[in-house]
Design a protein around this ligand. Structure first.
Ligand SMILES: Nc1ncnc2c1ncn2[C@@H]1O[C@H](COP(=O)(O)OP(=O)(O)OP(=O)(O)O)[C@@H](O)[C@H]1O
Ligand SMILES: Cc1ncc(COP(=O)(O)O)c(N)n1
Length: 272
């Protein structure tokens, strides 16, 4: 295969650091052809979210159909889904579009709360998002998101974090990337946790990198899940994918000081 077609289904960030804008840059940085369907227009910047405007779900469905009726999709990454209605619309589209053809790789970034602390998923939509995970290959929660998905409390213990990820992996038969950005310590560890199959669980794979002292972390989560979707579509293994993503993220965080974007949590440099 040549360059794979990767679709982001997510919300917008007009300052370009998170959401769909970050996804498209991350797809390009990892060798994918980027496409996007907008779930919500978000008036936000590096300081926070001001307002959210979601298109009618019929129009969301029209965007999704316009892509899948015409283009072979090799991987999908979902980000901000926002409401029960949006999740149901994306689920119905997915089930119809891939009923008679193999489904593409699906990476779900369970976007719930922005770095700024603003909610991006309604609380009453959490159970719909959990149900949506049954369609996924990979889910990429941060510490508080993993707690919600596993029905536990946010943890500062790495063994508890892995246990929570194992619960989610087994409940949905998916791979979990438990991200350690919100943990303390001089290194940031991300772990790939696999579901039990045939009574056995493949060994957890962890990559830890030195923690970079920076406030430019806006959109790191979006960018990591978009990178993984692209690398899996390009045929990389799970382990190879995590090695590549962590190496790139380290350089993207270090390279953020070449940018001058906003007065809050700035974006990473997608092309370091
Ligand atoms: N200070 C840091 N130094 C090095 N790597 C980091 C740092 N902060 C986050 N990362 C990496 O960035 C990615 C995102 O991690 P994090 O746990 O912060 O997710 P997130 O909360 O979803 O991100 P976001 O800030 O976009 O909400 C992970 O791959 C993590 O290892
Ligand atoms: C549309 C959209 N999607 C996701 C995020 C989360 O990114 P972050 O947690 O880095 O603010 C965001 N701020 N906006």
């Amino acid at each position: 295969m040549g360059i794979p077609n990767i679709l982001s289904i997510a919300g917008t960030d007009p300052t370009g650091g998170a959401g769909i804008q970050a996804d498209l840059k991350s797809f390009a940085a990892h060798g994918g052809y980027g496409m996007c369907v907008v779930t919500a227009l978000v008036a936000q910047n590096t300081l926070g979210v001001r307002a959210i405007h979601a298109p009618p779900v019929d129009f969301l469905r029209a965007q999704l159909d316009a892509v899948s009726d015409d283009v072979t999709i090799h991987a999908v990454k979902t980000g901000m889904l926002g409401t029960v209605e949006i999740i149901e619309t994306v689920s119905q589209w997915w089930d119809a579009a891939f009923e008679h053809s193999p489904a593409p790789t699906l990476v779900v970034d369970p976007v719930m709360v922005a770095t700024s602390g603003d909610r991006l998923l309604n609380e009453d939509a959490e159970s719909s998002l959990i149900e949506f995970l049954n369609r996924a290959d990979l889910v990429t929660p941060n510490v508080p998101e993993l707690a919600i998905l596993s029905g536990a409390e946010p943890t500062s213990s790495s063994s508890e974090l892995i246990w929570q990820a194992e619960r989610v992996a087994d409940a949905h038969q998916i791979v979990v990337l438990a991200k350690g950005g919100h943990m303390s310590g001089s290194r940031v560890a991300d772990s790939l946790v696999f579901p039990t199959s045939g009574g056995q669980r493949p060994e957890t794979y962890t990559v830890a990198t030195p923690r970079i002292e920076t406030t430019s972390t806006h959109g790191t989560g979006c960018s990591v899940s978009a990178a993984f979707a692209t690398l899996r579509a390009r045929g990389l293994s799970w382990h190879g994918g995590l090695d590549s993503v962590k190496d790139w993220m380290q350089r993207a965080l270090e390279g953020a000081d070449q940018l001058d974007v906003g007065r809050g949590n700035g974006p990473i440099n997608h092309f370091p």
